[in-house]
Design a protein around this ligand. Structure first.
Ligand SMILES: [Zn+2]
Length: 559
């Protein structure tokens, strides 16, 4: 391979209408016009960059002047075709309106159009970026369009037709160049690779075509850069890495974590992707593409994938998130905010993702539900993270609004937006046969209420983070959710307040045993009930149904 290579975009520029990639309608219409000699004096080619507007204009210039057109295509070998293709003809004039946009240039153009062509049949003016003409220049040009000389043809190309005046638009035959479909682009890129002797696979071509986003020029420029990476071969892994794209398996794991409520897994996966050099913007696009696919699949076959709101919410988040990421100083953090917001808003119905393993029961609805992001890599899947934002819970209970107001003196915790405050949490508990909820569990909200009434402030905040898990010989084992709270509650003054609260509500002689949440529970003396039982409205309901066990409470239409 030569050290200086012609760009693929120039090398594989189409020379005939039929070679225009993905613009079959435009190509056919122009070819028919040439064949039937129905030629206009002004054409307008519109479309995003890289869709073939300028190439089509040059092909049209040759076809108009070709001495032996074949089925509407330029022959490519006559004097006119060759001199235009080589850029030698004085009768085909290309003007970049982005740099020659003033009144003087257009006056000059008007004067020159009066002269007959020097060698060809028709003088062709190709005006690129036509929307960049100044108002004065546009008005002067309009006069030319209104009375075009017989021997002249004008082809305007623009990415922004809405910026042209109505009068100019009305003088032109308009052709809209569509975004080039990825499949057509991939086929063309494959052809280029074959001719260049580059070894590759269809997946790579699909990735490059996708990255072109409808613009063949962008896709070809990208292919140029990728070919420069590894001579003679384009492997999927290296292309993905060069594009900052994530491995689809990793995206699958990330989505599973977000959808299933395993934030720790999602967090760990995000860190791995960042470490692998994945571009967060690219990742957002990939997530959006996945969401789109899954959402429509869910609508088509709801029995296979009920979907819930998750995919729709993810689509929405990705559709809006692009500009947020572009503006962000730290795009990774911006992406995390988008995903966490989504996770806290989306509640996947139990039918969409049935909980595996232990039954889920509801903990007290009277406490706030702070969220702490896991700092370490994901724990083993058999050991789910203790802190799960309530909004993501597979089943949730209604918070008791009367008792959920946080104390102003509560220590700061990383709450996940307003939605997290005052909502209940879901905790795993071993499935047990239905039995009576122990009274000390059912009445625990009263203990917290006692704290609120008698010692509002720090102690109440601490009490809200407690859960009674066992009662043996007058010793009540209480789990505390966070280490910081546990440390505080072990201080003598708080510990004695907690015992005072327990004795006032549950009976004299009770002493407490504090420990971090998640330890192995000592067998409760009554042997029944679940580890945690709901409070607030739930506790009130339980009073009317002695002997009941709460397994799952679902609240739909939470948003
Ligand atoms: Zn020709």
């Amino acid at each position: 391979m030569n050290s200086v290579r012609q760009s693929l975009y120039l090398k594989y520029r189409p020379r005939r209408f039929e070679e225009l990639v993905g613009q079959e309608v435009v190509a056919r219409t122009l070819r028919n016009a040439i064949r039937e000699r129905r030629l206009g004096h002004a054409y307008l080619f519109t479309g995003i960059r890289g869709t073939g507007k300028t190439s089509a204009a040059r092909i049209l210039a040759r076809a108009i002047n070709c001495e032996h057109p074949e089925e509407g295509e330029p022959c490519g070998s006559c004097h006119a075709c060759e001199s235009i293709a080589a850029g030698r003809s004085l009768d085909v004039i290309e003007i970049d309106a982005a740099t020659n946009r003033g009144i003087d240039e257009i006056r000059d153009l008007r004067e020159r159009t009066q002269f007959l062509p020097s060698e060809l049949r028709t003088k062709v003016y190709i005006i690129d970026e036509a929307h960049m003409l100044t108002t004065e220049a546009g008005n002067a040009f309009l006069k030319t369009l209104e009375e075009p000389p017989e021997h002249a043809c004008f082809i305007l190309a623009t990415t922004e037709p809405q910026r042209l005046t109505e009068t100019i638009l009305s003088r032109c035959q308009r052709f809209d160049f569509r975004r080039i479909p990825a499949a057509a682009m991939a086929a063309h890129l494959t052809q280029i690779c074959r001719q260049e002797g580059i070894e590759t696979v269809p997946e790579v071509m699909a990735l490059v075509a996708e990255a072109g986003a409808g613009s063949l020029r962008d896709a070809e420029s990208l292919l140029d850069r990728l070919i420069g990476l590894d001579e003679g071969i384009l492997a999927l892994d290296s292309v993905r890495a060069a594009l900052g794209m994530a491995d689809p398996d990793a995206i699958g794991r990330l989505l599973a974590g977000l959808r299933g409520g395993d934030l720790a897994d999602a967090w760990a996966e995000l860190r791995l992707l960042e470490g692998a050099g994945v571009d967060p913007r690219q990742l957002l696009r990939s997530l959006g593409a996945q969401a789109r696919e899954r959402q429509w699949a869910a609508l088509a076959k709801p029995a296979v994938d009920p979907g819930g709101r998750f995919w729709l919410d993810l689509m929405d988040a990705c559709a809006r998130g692009g500009s947020e990421l572009r503006r962000a100083d730290d795009p990774w953090m911006a992406l995390e905010v988008i995903l966490l917001r989504l996770a806290s808003a989306s509640s996947v119905g139990a039918s969409a993702a049935p909980p595996a393993g232990p039954a889920r029961v509801i903990s007290s609805g009277t406490q706030t539900a702070p969220v702490e992001l896991p700092k370490a890599p994901a724990p083993e899947s058999s050991n789910p993270p203790p802190e799960v934002p309530s909004g993501m819970a597979q089943s949730v209970a209604e918070a008791d609004p009367g008792t959920s107001a946080p104390s102003p003196n509560e220590p700061p915790v990383g709450a996940l937006g307003p939605a997290a405050a005052g909502e209940p949490t879901v905790a795993d508990a071993p499935a047990r046969p239905a039995g009576a909820a122990a009274s000390w569990q059912a009445r625990w909200p009263e203990v917290v209420d006692w704290a609120q009434r008698n010692h509002p402030g720090p102690f109440t905040a601490l009490a809200r983070e407690t859960t009674p898990v066992a009662m043996n010989d007058g010793i009540l084992t209480i789990e505390v959710r966070y280490e910081w709270h546990l440390g505080k509650l072990r201080e003598p003054q708080y510990r004695s307040l907690l015992e005072q609260a327990c004795r006032s509500v549950l009976g004299d002689g009770i002493s407490v045993d504090l420990r971090p949440a998640g330890g192995a529970a000592p067998a409760p003396e009554d042997g029944g009930g679940a580890r945690q039982v709901g409070g607030g409205a739930l506790a009130a309901a339980l009073k009317h149904f002695p002997g009941s066990t709460v397994r799952k409470v679902e609240l739909r239409d939470r948003r």
